[in-house]
Design a protein around this ligand. Structure first.
Ligand SMILES: [Zn+2]
Ligand SMILES: [Zn+2]
Ligand SMILES: [Zn+2]
Length: 246
């Protein structure tokens, strides 16, 4: 399979391993800040595909950005194939892209949940048997309300053929950046090799990707297939899934 994953700093071009870039990004972003303007809190995130950690991103996101900004970024860079639903799970809250309730609905749901737990307690049902707490909210929530250093959470795109991502708030700093979110670093495209001959692969067999360790083929060994199972190799954990072609 792939060798140790390498990536590139989007700000200065420095190339290193995942761990090397983590160290590099402790200092590089501040050197690429605006010289004027008001500083704000900026959170640095490491984002990784849950079952394919060779796909990873580092981003900075401003305190005034919402979860929707982050969701849209993930769709643009890695995920979007045909407008599937998505959600973040942070603690006991499910932030759903399609949630249409307002703050009043959220408060009502929270109250209903509290009543349920009060009732279970009254009946003497042990806490271990209570349903998991689960709040539902929309994505128009400012990240400054939620993020803190060390926070780990998840993102799911498409509840049929789901792509699962793990996110972690690595650090926080004060700084000046122009956009609400900027890409700091990204993995380089892993070098996949043909299962038959070991030469660099050019396509993926989308039907074999779920049950074969190496579903990659070079041009020569992919000959004879119909168009359908071919999928392009793209730098995304959604490669080969649904209609995703990058
Ligand atoms: Zn750099
Ligand atoms: Zn799709
Ligand atoms: Zn080959």
């Amino acid at each position: 399979m792939a060798k140790q994953s390498r990536g590139t700093c989007n700000l200065c071009g420095y190339e290193s391993t995942k761990a090397g870039l983590t160290r590099h990004l402790a200092t590089c972003p501040a050197n690429h800040d605006l010289s004027t303007g008001k500083p704000s809190r900026i959170f640095r995130l490491r984002i990784e595909a849950s079952y394919a950690p060779e796909y990873w991103l580092d981003v900075e996101i401003k305190e005034t950005a919402t979860l929707r900004v982050l969701d849209q970024f993930l769709r643009d860079i890695w995920l979007e194939c045909c407008g599937h639903l998505s959600a973040f799970t942070i603690g006991d809250t499910f932030y759903d892209v399609s949630y249409e309730g307002d703050e009043e609905d959220e408060a009502m749901e929270a109250e209903a949940e509290e009543q349920l737990f009060a009732l279970l307690k009254e009946r003497g049902i042990p806490e271990s048997r209570w349903p998991a707490r689960r709040r539902e909210r929309g994505m128009d929530v400012k990240i400054s309300e939620i993020f803190e250093e060390g926070l780990s959470f998840e993102h799911e795109y498409d509840f049929g053929s789901t792509t699962h991502l793990k996110l972690k708030v690595v650090s926080e700093r004060e700084g000046k950046i122009s956009d609400k979110l900027r890409l700091l670093a990204r993995n380089k495209l892993p070098e996949w090799t043909c299962v038959k001959c070991g030469k660099p692969a050019t396509v993926l067999h989308s039907e074999k990707m779920y049950d074969e360790e190496n579903p990659f083929y070079c041009k020569t060994h992919a000959r004879g297939w119909d168009d359908y199972p071919y999928m392009p190799i793209v730098n995304s954990p959604r490669m080969g899934v649904c209609g995703y072609t990058g």
